[in-house]
Design a protein around this ligand. Structure first.
Ligand SMILES: C[S@@+](CC[C@H](N)C(=O)[O-])C[C@H]1O[C@@H](n2cnc3c(N)ncnc32)[C@H](O)[C@@H]1O
Length: 279
């Protein structure tokens, strides 16, 4: 996301309507904890500093706000924020904003740049349609699982549409006029669902299914197991953004996280560690 953030910062810094008050508020939604928590906002602060250095003008005061769910380990994040505050130029104040990004988290018209990396594919909750109608997302029987997949995927797609539409509505309130947002999320190249969806969490579900059939875990628990995440196709995402109408798309990129990666690095150990971290 680095080049996209740098371009957005230059755009914002060159926009007199935005820069006149001499302040810039930058937020990261779903910051997590650890080194990634500050990665995006640090890029934005540095790009702001470099822009004004280039034109030998005093940089704006910058306010950096980090958001995640209340259970996030903000203790660690707070300590690393202090380092960011201590950078001399620009003056940088920082804050933590706990809460779901499916609710209001900032005052209206207050944020200039919103970044969110690898987060809005997490739904606000598991699909209501599936839960209310007791339709399990997975089945121990692979054949049943395959048969049911289109219904399950449609229910997830509806929940994603509802959530992402709300996400856009809320962010358009947070942002100042002509503010910008850069978001990355897990998704799919194509609308073909059956094959792609089934392999993402497939391994875990298969294992859980075996554990349920052996009585290691409760079958009722397995039947009510819904992973609250959905990866939309680019087309789906574009339609939602256009229908909601608050944002115009400057650029949409599709990136395969394993492209350019040496296959030797994709070891079973790495894959299982990745899945474990996500769960
Ligand atoms: C995969 S991590 C991404 C962390 C970091 N942004 C990165 O790119 O490495 C997803 C983060 O989104 C947060 N998240 C999920 N749903 C959220 C919500 N509704 N509101 C705020 N944060 C949320 C999770 O707690 C988690 O820290």
């Amino acid at each position: 996301m680095k080049p996209l953030i740098e371009v957005a910062i230059v755009d914002l810094c060159c926009n007199n309507n935005i820069m006149l008050p001499g302040k810039m508020v930058i937020a990261d939604l779903g910051c997590s904890s650890g080194p990634n928590a500050l990665a995006l906002v640090s890029i934005a602060v540095k790009a702001t500093r470099n822009h004004f250095l280039k034109f030998q003008k005093p940089p704006p005061e910058v306010c950096v706000l980090l958001n995640d769910l209340p259970d996030n380990d903000f203790n660690v994040v707070v300590k690393s924020l202090v380092a960011l505050q201590q950078t001399n130029e620009p003056v940088c104040v920082t804050g933590i904003v706990p809460g779901s990004f499916y609710g209001r988290i900032f005052p209206s018209d207050s944020v200039h740049l919103i970044c969110s990396s690898s987060s809005p594919h997490w739904l606000s909750k598991a699909s209501e349609d599936l839960r209310i109608n007791h339709i399990s997302a997975y089945d121990m029987d692979e054949h049943v699982r395959r048969e049911r997949l289109p219904v399950v995927v449609e229910a997830y797609a509806r929940q994603f549409k509802k959530d992402f539409t709300l996400f856009l509505e809320l962010r358009s309130k947070d942002l100042v006029p002509e503010g910008q947002m850069i978001v990355s999320l897990a998704g799919r190249h194509s609308d073909e669902l059956a094959t792609e969806i089934s392999h993402v969490w497939g391994t875990v579900v298969q294992i859980l299914g075996i554990m349920a059939s052996e009585g290691v875990i409760d079958k009722a628990k397995f039947d009510s197991f819904y992973i609250p995440a959905y990866g939309p196709s680019t087309k789906e995402l574009r339609v939602i953004i256009e229908e909601e109408g608050s944002f115009s798309i400057i650029e949409m990129r599709v990136h395969d996280p394993t492209s350019g990666m040496d296959n030797a690095h994709l070891t079973p150990n790495r894959i299982s560690n990745g899945l474990r971290a996500a769960f």
